[in-house]
Design a protein around this ligand. Sequence first.
Ligand SMILES: [Cu+2]
Length: 140
Amino acid sequence: MDRRAFLATGGALAIGLSGCLALGDDSGDYDIGMSDSRFLPKEYRVDPGTTVVWKNTSARAHTVTAYDASVPDGAAYFASGEYDNEEAAREDWFESGGGAIYSGGTYTHTFEEPGAYPYVCIPHEADGMAGTIVVSSESE
Ligand SMILES: [Cu+2]
């Protein structure tokens, strides 16, 4: 490699690094945002083993609550507040606002088993605030 080619490579590397740093400022810290009555995006695909981060990017409190009946066989139930099942999550929400993700708050869950995982926001279920995580390998 001559000196000119070496300098060109170094320049490209510097540009690549500054691009990574800029991403970390805002868009890189969550996967699914929330408006007043929507998960954004509504459907989200990940590879098995991926940790998904929800962030409440609105001013209202929300929950992330999986539907018991829809969790794939062998997969773990998930809900903000770390409830073991949907009934417990709903009861606690209606009694004390349990499981709430407040403005700016986050919830994370790692998805191991392939399949579709529909979930809902309990307080805004009637407004249609629901989403689905699809866990599948990219090659499928
Ligand atoms: Cu909500």
